[in-house]
Ligand binder design. Structure first.
Ligand code: EPS
Length: 402
């Protein structure tokens, strides 16, 4: 078993969502506010629906944290759904005997692109609500909660993770140079872009899509800095960090593609325009006193971090609930029908960036704990420092004389 893992549970309109994160070392300073800050970031973004006005996500620790510090045991967290009060009759776990309409708000006109149809066939359900309540991106709340704790751990080791939107609804966002604190700039934008001049155009596209009863997808870039060289491994398929990041990102609802560094563009270029030349770089201790003259590889070579910033691009399709619905069938009547139009978002691309950060934080924290181990933060820190002390003297000529 990997040293760090988590699971989530909860339906979108059930009473609450939960997560259990196991493997966090003891002694990590941790407050609910650390988690709540990321939960709030995930709720932002122009283009979301009314649900986000109903919810104010807050984490309650049920275990694993005492007096503001982790104790090394599994961390269980709860986030209550404020909307539950409006859905108790629909989502009641009890059979509601005597209720004349126990299956109210059922969804049978299954939405193209959603889990609805395949879910009802596979799980033998009459009502796609039994599927969509869990397929809902509401579940990502708890990924962000677990990821926030991983971020806290990485932060102690000098690793920072941010994200920004690089494409939304047909608009490309040009970024000449990344700012030192990506999130400080991105979070100040309603659509989490680094170039403020792109914001108005994107907002216009979202308004246009909303008027047309349509939805929009987009692409975000996740950036992680401060990573030591050598997380992940080249030796086996399931230890390659790019593979693990790909799996984690592709598990986010509506995500259809992942690129590392140049990604698909690398396939179109010649080798000399793809590979990053290597130079000595005294003082870059975590990278072994070397650097790449470019970072087209996005910080990963051979399935391992190379000490350059990690760059992962994540593509999200447009949300599959359309207010001007597509053609489908009704699974109750077996007749052609227009798909159901449940309340939803026009786009959730800005929020997806925050979720992708959380998934990156989890995968990176897992890789850190695999490489360095440690039951306490102090032990982990000593192990990291010992390794960095080793790699920094591997190329002694690169180190400036004292
Ligand atoms: C979602 C539909 C909307 C979104 C929801 C995801 O919720 P509702 O069905 O209550 O209107 O707001 O996202 C969240 C609740 C969230 O926390 O992100 C869907 O069908 O996936």
């Amino acid at each position: 078993m990997t040293p760090l893992h988590f699971t989530t549970a909860g339906e979108s309109h059930g009473p609450a969502l939960v997560a259990v994160l196991e493997g966090v070392p003891a002694g990590l300073p941790l407050l609910a506010e650390h988690v709540d800050a990321d939960l709030a970031r995930r709720q932002q973004g122009y283009g979301r629906g009314r649900r986000m006005q109903i919810e104010t996500d807050r984490a309650e620790f049920l275990s694993g944290v005492r007096a503001g510090e982790t104790v090394g045991s599994p961390i269980a967290m709860l986030v209550r759904n404020s909307d539950w009060k409006n859905w108790q009759d629909v989502m009641d776990p009890a059979p509601r005997e005597g209720d004349p309409d126990p299956r109210r708000r059922s969804l049978t006109r299954v939405r193209p692109g959603h889990a609805d149809l395949t879910g009802v066939l596979k799980y033998d359900r009459a009502d796609a609500r039994d599927i969509l309540e869990r397929a809902s991106a509401r579940e990502t709340t708890m990924r962000v909660a677990a990821g926030a704790i991983c971020r806290r751990l990485l932060d102690e080791l000098g690793v920072r993770i941010g994200s920004h939107v690089v494409h939304l609804g047909g608009v490309d966002v040009e970024v000449a140079e990344l700012p030192p604190d990506v999130n400080a700039v991105a979070d100040a934008s309603a659509v989490r872009v680094l170039d403020p001049s792109a914001e108005a155009e994107i907002v216009g596209r979202i308004d246009e899509a909303k008027r047309a009863g349509n939805t929009l997808g987009g692409i975000v870039e996740v950036v992680a800095t401060g990573l030591p060289v050598g997380l992940g491994s080249h030796v086996s398929w399931d230890r390659k960090l790019d593979g693990r990041l790909g799996q984690a990102m592709l598990s986010i609802p509506a995500v259809k593609g992942v690129e590392i560094g140049l990604g698909f563009e690398a396939a179109r270029r010649r080798g000399s325009d793809v590979h990053d030349e290597i130079a000595l770089a005294p003082g870059r201790e975590r990278s072994g006193n070397v650097r790449r003259l470019t970072n087209r590889a996005g910080g990963l070579e051979g399935g391992m971090t190379n000490g350059e910033p990690l760059l992962v691009r994540v593509a999200m399709k447009p949300i599959s609930t359309l207010m001007r619905p597509l053609q489908t069938i009704d699974v109750r009547s077996a007749e052609p029908a227009a798909a159901a139009a449940e309340r939803s978002d026009v786009t959730a691309v800005p929020a997806m960036g925050v979720i992708a950060e959380a998934m990156a934080a989890f995968v990176l924290a897992q890789a850190v704990l695999e490489k360095f181990g440690g039951d306490s933060l102090g032990e982990l820190r000593r192990n990291v420092e010992g390794y960095v002390a080793h790699v920094r003297q591997r190329l002694p000529d690169a180190v400036e004389p004292a």
